[in-house]
Design a protein around this ligand. Structure first.
Ligand SMILES: [Ca+2]
Ligand SMILES: [Ca+2]
Length: 242
């Protein structure tokens, strides 16, 4: 009985061992895939890779589409921005041109103003110069006339002196008479009025009346022009009317 049991036990042990081996081997068998399993696995991997590729392609396409869309939008925006920038640039240029034009206009106005001012100054200077020249000419003409008059007066005096010298010989001191006459000629007009004559006569005779002065004066005034010339004066002093 014992042997049978022992055998049975051994069988059981062996069976268990075998079973264990088998199990282990079975596990080994499971962990080492079969060709079918390998093929299936490969197929699954390939399918997964293909799906992944497709997904990536779709994603890339979507990205491309988005990029295109984004690109189009950017381009539209860029076009709008470019147009806006061009408009701004054109406006800026127009403003610059307008500013430049205004500046040129202002400069031209200032230049014209300055030119007008300078011209006015030149005209004023020319006018003043012409005035000064005219004044100088007038002054020179006056001086010439005065010199001529003085020369004429000098000649006249010399002629008068010569005439008186011829008339009265050496008896008349022409220079002394001239000095007396000049003293009597209070207003220095070259002749003696009756008032001047009265004053002159009354130095010698303060009691002389107006009538007496008148009488003497009328007699001395040979040419009856109402004044006494130097010649009439000399004749009066040299040969007083009786
Ligand atoms: Ca006088
Ligand atoms: Ca006279």
């Amino acid at each position: 009985m014992r042997k049978k049991s022992e055998a049975e036990n051994m069988m059981r042990q062996l069976s268990a061992s075998l079973s264990e081996i088998s199990l282990t081997k079975g596990f080994e068998n499971l962990s080492a895939p079969t060709e079918e399993e390998e093929a299936a696995r490969k197929a699954a991997e390939e399918e997964q890779a293909a799906r992944k590729d497709a997904e990536e392609k779709i994603l890339a396409m979507r990205r491309t589409a988005e990029a295109i869309a984004a690109g189009k939008m950017t381009e539209a925006e860029a076009a709008a921005r470019r147009a806006m920038e061009e408009e701004q640039a054109a406006r800026r240029k127009a403003e610059e041109e307008e500013a430049s034009r205004q500046k040129a206009e202002e400069e031209e106005t200032a230049r014209k103003k300055e030119a007008a001012r300078m011209k006015a100054e030149e005209e004023e200077a020319a006018r003043k110069k012409a005035e000064e020249q005219a004044a100088a000419r007038r002054k020179a003409a006056e001086a010439r006339k005065r010199a001529e008059e003085e020369e004429t007066a000098r000649k006249r005096e010399m002629e008068e002196a010569a005439r008186l010298m011829a008339k009265y010989g050496g008896e008349v001191d022409i220079v002394a008479m001239k000095a007396q006459f000049a003293k009597a000629d209070l207003n220095q007009d070259g002749v003696l009025s009756i008032e001047e004559m009265a004053a002159f006569l009354r130095k010698g005779d303060p009691s002389m009346t107006d009538d007496e002065v008148r009488l003497l004066f009328d007699k001395a005034d040979k040419n009856n022009d109402g004044t006494m010339s130097f010649e009439e004066f000399v004749a009066f002093i040299h040969s007083p009317p009786s």
